[in-house]
Design a protein around this ligand. Structure first.
Ligand SMILES: Nc1ncnc2c1ncn2[C@@H]1O[C@H](COP(=O)(O)OP(=O)(O)OP(=O)(O)O)[C@@H](O)[C@H]1O
Length: 636
């Protein structure tokens, strides 16, 4: 097949440009990326051979080899792993599969400083391209295990790359970098120096479970693997999770985290767990310091890898942690599983379920520890992962108490310090029986909602819940330590002390006074409102709408609709403030006038204003604007 030239996909080209004019100051990490890809390729081959013994592939000496040629200024990273077919090379290397890349590039361009840019790069798989930080030409030669024909890919990192078949390619992949001249001032070291390579591998890739060998210089630059000189193994290959805590430095743990997670930033916490007895396993879990951009997308990949006795079995093992802990990365190495274990079998395995329970409890107790021992760390955790953790309040009833204990919520008690439910309960006023909350889009909009008026007046604390999941968990949880969780915008609220006879009497009087108006308004608003009643929660506003105690809130209704479920429209309740001049005026007008057409319009306006005040929308904005404009005109 002749050499074919292809254009890089637009995003890939942009990414390459970014790499070449490196936004990343530490260029050494290119080697970590190439070694990491090679290690994955070896894992994949071992697994494929395990599943299909007839695969024509040599797995007797799987390893990674690094080869430098000072004269030609090349560095080659070679593996004898799974390799790629011609099509795969085009698909995987010329394009960027990650759909978030466009967003990423935009964010990257907008990143204010180099540190921000570095952090962003870490979130996206740009591994292979990092070679262009140190090389002005990259050649990749590869042959897929089991296939006879190899492929050669070359690019100078500009607009195009070439593909051609390669007859003599050994199984696996070699990536040869034609190095730029060393420029230590810009952290571009001399990557033909064996000392430098040894250093970088030790620092970033020591834990890789495959031997990383360096071949003493051969001089001819093509790095034939039949070189007579004895290669030197650069890494200790010790699985970090199998080593005792005091043998491993934090840096080593962090490098493993970066290898697994493709995040270039340090994790927030490292969690070690060992289980002995009938079902032995070791786990090394990491809580990242930043939420990935795609945490809430449907195909977000879990971050825990499964090993069986040091043999890599699978990425993204969903059986190991529940979905609401999907942000946790790490490795679980189980001693007593079959190497052939499938995802389906794992889901049903009793031991795996026990393991999941233990890992879940351990992660939750770690979060709780942040809360009690390190407020800063807890603050970071909650900002990044609080929303996803709260999903567990709905889905994991077994651990509900532990999740609640590790959760915190914005509150009217403080502008910047969130509260736990336990702290809320401690502050509850004498005679207050319930825990009050309000849900909505933003702190500002709900804090000023009419529903809050009486609570503000009486100094009763209200939790301010602004995540979509809050609408759901409050119902699922229902109560905390015997105290009901109650929305300030649902059902009847009575904040007056029980047995307050004066208040009772006053109410009876008002009920009588307004009975006619309320009934008539109910008929007028029948399409949207199931009842009009007098309010005990308003002190400033004339009216507000509330949901019935057991009805869906409008936000929940919308959420179900967005998920494609049919939900009938729930009618709500309009509450009037009997002390408000507008309401008094309405009552007066109702009693005095025979022709109530204008009054009917005012009632309609009052209802729309109440909907707007809680952040809702007018059903017919044009009509609403016309009615308001008419009235304004009359005041001129
Ligand atoms: N040495 C290799 N052997 C086999 N396949 C490889 C090798 N290097 C890269 N690939 C394939 O090319 C794909 C793209 O590699 P690239 O390094 O650009 O991204 P990634 O590995 O998916 O992400 P990252 O390296 O940032 O984690 C890989 O997912 C893998 O399928």
């Amino acid at each position: 097949m002749p050499t074919e030239t292809f254009e890089f996909q637009v995003e890939a080209r942009q990414l390459l440009q970014l790499m070449i004019h490196s936004v990343y100051s530490n260029k050494d990490v290119f080697l970590r990326e190439l070694v990491s890809n090679a290690s994955d390729a070896l894992d994949k081959l071992r697994l494929e051979k395990l599943r299909d013994d007839s695969l024509d592939a040599d797995v007797s000496d799987l390893h990674i080899e690094i080869d430098v040629d000072k004269e030609a200024r090349t560095l080659t990273v070679r593996d004898n792993g799974i390799g790629m077919s011609y099509d795969e090379v085009g698909r995987l290397i010329g394009t960027i599969a990650n759909s978030g890349t466009a967003t990423f590039l935009k964010e990257l361009r907008e990143a204010k400083d180099a540190a921000g840019a570095e952090g962003l790069i870490g979130q996206f798989g740009v591994g292979f391209y990092s070679g262009f930080m140190v090389a002005d030409e990259v050649t990749l030669v590869t042959r897929r295990a089991g296939e006879s024909q190899g492929t050669r890919w070359t690019s100078r990192g500009e607009a195009t790359y070439t593909l051609q078949t390669a007859d003599d390619a050994p199984q696996g992949t070699s990536v040869t970098l034609h190095l730029k001249p060393a420029d230590p001032e810009n952290q571009l070291h001399d990557y033909t120096s064996p000392w430098q390579i040894r250093e970088i591998v030790k620092r970033y890739s020591d834990f890789i479970t495959w031997p990383i060998r360096m071949v003493p210089e051969t001089g001819d630059g093509d790095g034939d693997s039949d070189t007579p000189a004895e290669p030197e193994t650069l890494n200790s290959m010790k699985a970090l999770w199998a080593r005792s805590r005091d043998e491993v430095s934090d840096d080593e743990y962090h490098e493993l985290y970066k290898h697994i997670s493709h995040d270039w930033r340090e994790p927030l916490e490292t969690i070690r767990l060992q289980a002995e007895g009938t079902f032995e396993y070791q786990a090394l879990l990491f809580v990242p310091s930043h939420a990935p951009h795609d945490l809430f997308t449907r195909d977000f990949k879990r971050g825990v890898q499964l090993y069986v006795k040091r043999v890599f079995i699978m990425d993204d093992c969903e059986a190991l942690l529940p979905p609401y802990l999907r942000f946790v990365k790490g490795v679980v190495d189980a001693a007593d599983l079959s190497l052939n274990v499938s995802r389906e079998i794992l889901q049903q395995d009793r031991h795996i379920r026990m393991m999941q329970r233990r890992l879940t409890k351990k992660v939750l107790s770690t979060v709780k520890e942040f809360m009690t021992k390190d407020r800063d760390r807890y603050g970071t955790f909650w900002r990044e992962f609080g929303t996803v953790l709260k999903e567990g309040l709905v889905t994991d009833s077994e651990n509900r108490d532990a999740i609640l204990a590790a959760s915190s919520f914005a509150t009217t008690h403080s502008d910047d310090e969130p509260t736990t439910l336990a702290q809320y309960v401690e502050r509850m006023k004498d005679g207050q029986e319930d825990i009050y909350y309000i849900t909505g889009e933003s702190r500002q909009s709900i804090q000023n909602s009419p529903h809050m008026e009486a609570f503000r007046d009486k100094g009763i604390e209200v939790l301010l819940l602004t995540d979509a999941v809050d609408e759901v968990w409050v119902d699922a949880v229902g109560e905390y330590e015997g105290k009901r969780l109650r929305s300030v915008a649902k059902g009847e609220i009575d904040l007056d002390a029980k047995g307050d006879e004066d208040a009772d009497e006053e109410r009876e009087k008002q009920a009588e006074e307004y009975a006619g108006l309320l009934g008539w308004m109910g008929e007028q608003l029948d399409e949207d409102i199931k009842e009009v009643r007098l309010s005990t929660r308003l002190t400033v506003s004339a009216a507000c709408v509330v949901s019935d105690a057991h009805d869906l809130t409008p936000a929940l209704e919308n959420m179900y609709r967005a998920m494609g479920q049919e939900v009938p429209r729930t009618k709500r309740i309009l509450e009037l403030n009997p002390g408000h001049p507008l309401v008094k005026g309405l009552n007066q007008a109702y009693k005095e006038r025979e022709d109530r057409t204008e009054l009917a319009e005012s009632v309609e306006l009052l209802h729309t204003l109440a909907v707007l005040a809680e952040g809702g929308q007018s059903k017919d904005p044009a009509r609403f604007v016309k009615l308001v404009a008419d009235r304004l005109e009359r005041t001129l």
